[in-house]
Design a protein around this ligand. Structure first.
Ligand code: 7RM
Length: 653
């Protein structure tokens, strides 16, 4: 975290109690209830979670709520049978909500679609039958690389319905990233589209997939969903025997597809996320615990009511979209809005225009988006009627108090509580959060733990401190079950500190006199760019693939809109030892090819040397000081202190 943010957060003393009218109608409306239920959830977790799970349908009840005997490989609802697609879709479609909209969708060009719960059930069942007809069985992994169209949600639900493990790959990732993920997960099929709209142009998804799966022997089918069902197709090459148009295959299948009875601990999905070392890791989530956790957090954090129009602006390609577009809200029978495109297309008021037209009542977005709106100016907001909004949320990175206040004033008109929700891909759902009818909020704080969550701020020895490492004392149902194919990395990453007694998320935090948590950012080498996690080691390994690069060091620096930006220090060899614009272009292209455009650095500094300790370790702390223009920390351990001066000059040039 930047010193600026640290300072503004340390000075932050404003407190905003929930508006009395909100509290009066909230599912939980007083602090006493929160405290009592939170205490109960820690004293009697089995009783608490059994009650929550009892609000969902089970084909067979669990025998034990929790089993920690194989820690850190925890199990929840052992012996229970359920299907999350049943709870998200059938439960409503076969009841009173048959004709209630489940998904309201708007494409970037302005096209619209609506699916009631009844229609969603039919679409998901048909999609599931297509998967079966192409040879997908329970336990197979299926990669999904689709734009934000209803078919993305439908494909995910269809996999869950038949017990196939979905592995969604965000549509901004490159062909190489697809390859890595498909190979690691051993995916048999890739579901993609002929295109999707982003900022006025079409993403050529199918050709990216073709390149990505070229060397993936595990893939024997590619299913291509047309962006305009029943309309015009975008041109793409189809390989006979491997590639199938969804609309052609679906024509022959039935509308009926029973939900597979899944064991609570059967895998539901894999989602890849960046860590501090090596390749992205496949985070594993299972059916039972994840169902219960996303269900209950959605219900209470968003205070979901039948009349709400709920909009989470994330992409389903990230965990936020999995948990809080698809599974959580739908398990609550909510009406969910989905938007395909960019927030500033065709103009910077697209989001407010959508809120106004669809009468959105709950809006959940990322701080980076809020800062972009601030920059685009208040006029774009003021053009629209936002009076339908009653609750706002943020997620993905720390929110600076200035952005929080703007969100509160300009979007919430000082009427709407803001829930700043802290969580991760690994946690499955929200762990630290205000309850909107209960918790007085403070700009920049994710406030207090959700039910069942026992959080602490510790020093490396395990003592509670005011500022240190965030730690979670006991497992909750949504916790990851492992890293796909790498049990050792799972233990090392999350359970190595404090003798495995706490889950370690990799974040630093502060705790104030009211016990509120202030998560300040990563303490490992993961950088959060516009809410996207990027491992610096991952990027460094991309740079050294270039023949002219001998070594590189990548750091995160504060960025006005993105939260953090990437700065790469690159050591060259051979031709072009000084570096050139051409080389800079080549390196940027390489990042776009190996990871995706969103991971390109703000700045590339070519250098003849890097600051290292005498044992040869790159001193990132010094690079960070250089990049933020701060007084340099201790340089006495440097092998060659003169390196720093020349880097400073280059950085400022
Ligand atoms: C949901 C998501 C996780 C990392 C996490 C934090 C940061 C997320 C907040 C936050 C401060 C928040 N999953 N983070 N939410 N930091 N306040 N409310 O973003 O796996 O992609 O990223 O994001 O560093 O470890 S994620």
């Amino acid at each position: 975290m930047s010193d600026d943010r640290m300072e503004s957060v340390l000075k932050e003393e404003r407190v905003f109690p929930p508006p009395p009218s909100f509290a009066a109608n909230a599912l939980i409306g007083d602090m006493e209830t929160y405290r009592r239920e939170h205490r109960r959830s820690l004293e009697d977790p089995d009783g608490f979670w059994a009650e929550a799970a009892g609000e969902l349908d089970w084909f067979r009840p669990w025998e034990r709520v929790f089993d920690g005997s194989e820690a850190p490989f925890f199990q929840w609802f052992v012996g229970g049978k359920l299907n999350i697609c049943h709870n998200a879709v059938d439960r409503w479609a076969d009841g009173e909500k048959r004709d209630t909209p489940a998904i309201l969708w708007e494409g970037e060009p302005g096209d619209q679609r609506q699916l009631t719960y009844g229609e969603l059930k039919t679409e998901v069942s048909r999609f599931a039958n297509v998967l079966k007809s192409l040879g997908i069985h329970k336990g197979d992994t299926v990669a999904i690389y689709l734009p934000m169209t209803p078919e993305l949600a439908i494909a995910v639900l269809a996999c869950a319905r038949i017990g196939a493990i979905h592995s969604v790959i965000f549509a901004g990732f490159s062909a190489d990233s697809i390859k890595d993920r498909v190979l690691d997960a051993d995916s048999k099929m890739v579901i993609t589209g002929d295109g999707g709209w982003r900022r006025g142009s079409v993403l050529p998804l199918k050709s990216v997939v073709d390149e990505g799966v070229e060397a993936c022997a595990c893939v024997d089918k590619v299913l291509v969903v047309p962006r305009n069902p029943g309309g015009e197709r975008m041109a793409c090459e189809m390989r006979p025997g491997r590639d199938f148009w969804y609309d052609e295959v679906v024509a022959g299948v039935s509308d009926e597809c029973p939900c597979e009875e899944m064991d609570a601990e059967d895998m539901l999905f894999l989602l890849y996320t960046s860590g501090s070392t090596g390749k992205p890791k496949g985070i594993m989530h299972t059916v039972g615990g994840y169902s219960v956790y996303t269900y209950l957090t959605s219900k209470y954090v968003f205070d979901l009511k039948p009349e709400d129009i709920y909009w989470c602006s994330a992409d389903i390609g990230w965990i936020t979209g999995h948990s809080y577009i698809v599974y959580g809200p739908l398990q609550n029978g909510a009406t969910v809005l989905m938007y395909e495109g960019a927030p500033n297309h065709p103009e910077p008021d697209r989001f407010w225009d959508i809120v106004d037209r669809y009468k959105v009542s709950i809006f959940y977005t990322a701080p980076t988006a809020i800062r972009a709106f601030m920059k685009w100016g208040d006029d774009w907001v003021e053009k629209h009627d936002l009076s339908s909004l009653r609750l706002l949320g943020t997620v993905g990175e720390p929110i600076n108090p200035e952005a929080w206040m703007w969100y509160h004033r300009m979007i919430g008109k000082e009427r709407c509580p803001i829930v700043d929700t802290w969580w991760q891909t690994e946690t499955g759902g929200i762990l630290l959060t205000p309850l909107p009818g209960v918790t007085p909020t403070k700009p920049g704080s994710a406030t207090l733990p959700f039910f069942g969550v026992d959080a602490a701020v510790l020093d490396p020895e395990g003592n509670e401190v005011d500022a240190g490492l965030l730690a979670i004392r006991r497992p909750w149902p949504g916790i990851l079950r492992g890293i796909w194919g790498d049990a050792e990395r799972f233990r090392k990453t999350y359970w190595c500190n404090w003798d495995g007694r706490y889950y370690f998320p990799g974040d630093g935090a502060r705790r104030d006199k009211d016990g509120y948590f202030w998560v300040v950012g990563r303490v490992d080498d993961v950088v959060n760019v516009s809410g996207h996690r990027i491992g610096t080691a991952e990027l460094e390994s991309v740079f050294v693939e270039h023949p002219n690069v001998a070594e590189s060091a990548v750091i995160g620096v504060p960025h006005e809109v993105k939260g953090q930006g990437l700065v790469a220090f690159v050591l060259l060899r051979g031709r072009d030892a000084e570096g050139s614009e051409e080389l800079r272009g080549e390196l940027n292209d390489l990042v776009a090819k190996k990871i995706g455009k969103f991971a390109r650095p703000e700045k590339i500094i070519f250098s003849a040397d890097l600051p290292k300790t005498r044992s040869g370790k790159i001193m990132r702390r010094l690079l960070r000081d250089i990049a933020t223009g701060q007084a340099l920390g201790n340089v006495t351990t440097l092998a060659d202190p003169s390196v720093v001066d020349s880097l400073k000059e280059k950085y400022q040039a």
